[in-house]
Design a protein around this ligand. Sequence first.
Ligand code: PMP
Length: 410
Amino acid sequence: MTDIDATTCPNIMAIRDGIPALSRDIHGKPLIYLDNAATTPRPQAVLDTVLTYESQFPANVHRGVHTLSGEATHAYEDARRRIAAFFGGGELVFTRGTTEAINLVAGSWGETNLGAGDEVLISALEHHANIVPWQLLCARRGCVLRVADVDDAGELHLDTVIDAMTDRTRLLAMTGVSNALGTVTPIAELCATAKARGITTLVDGAQMVPHMPVDITAIGCDFFVFSGHKMYAPTGIGGLLSSGAQLEAMPPWQGGGDMIRSVSFADSTWNDVPWKFEAGTPNVGGTIGLGGAVDWLSGIGMDTIANRETALLADMVTRLKSIDRVQLVGTPSHRAGAISFVIDGMHPADVGAMLDRHSIAIRAGHHCAQPILERLGYSATARIAPAFFNTEAELEATEAAIRRIIDVFG
Ligand code: PMP
């Protein structure tokens, strides 16, 4: 066991044993999974919660009078309560993930509150999910999308965002952590500054939730959105957290079963919040799995996870910096989750494919964040995205593999 393992999480090997995908061999060698910014592997404890639902009470929620439906409804609503508590409270609307939650806010809040000339302010760091829904909204409503730039290190400064605010700014929609560069933004200060000017705030928390304790009250945003699969839950489940009053004031977004109180051909009335925004049969298994994931994460402790990941990231940054032909893309002072880099003379896709031959899984490409890569002068990077379950030995093996690739192919 290395120093990082011993000091930050002594039972890390037992935790790893509880994540089945980590015991796979790829091309004859044990998998080193470093693509956690794309999605995280699912622990057996999470899979078990989903399997219990799917095998023991695979019923629809809120509708049935029979026992199985009652059990499913209880498990679904209890997961909602635990997940909201994990993030410090608020009303939780389940969505497919971050992308759908942002589209919900654009389609409901945006359609009713934004008009011609109003401005939506994002940052240059945003994932496409926090760009395109606003472009579509602006095209429909005649509003304007403004972008606060970053510096050449990929850092977002409060002053730059303030400079980009005008008396027409109605919404600040920004990420807490960049998935492409790993930049941690000053999100609470950004929200406080916006709020003081009467600007509504949305925080893209997709890359925050697996890496740090999140308290939406401390962040102080109006909307917080996230994806379950980035925090050890299955795909297809995530959420929007907001206040009851905010959600009450918004019209439904999608129509269908479960979101109504009554329906006639003349008109319909809406269910209470949060169900008003959950049309149709929800992803019950995924929701229960997400509940299992927050229990699993709470058992380990988000502070433990954050401390360990800080140590692992610093270690990997030092290793990459020690390799001659490696350039880091983005050198933020406060980093979480991801390190982007390029190797002189090699395409990132080739780097990714060659690392895969060494059983190392990383991401190569534009990371669904084309504008920030373009801003820094790249069309693609290789990205190492460690999580707390990775070990120093795996980072050492990754450094060795990169050096070998450069020797052999460079
Ligand atoms: N925002 C950020 C910062 C992300 O990293 C991602 C996923 N890569 C998304 C939004 C979109 O998440 P999803 O695809 O789960 O909806």
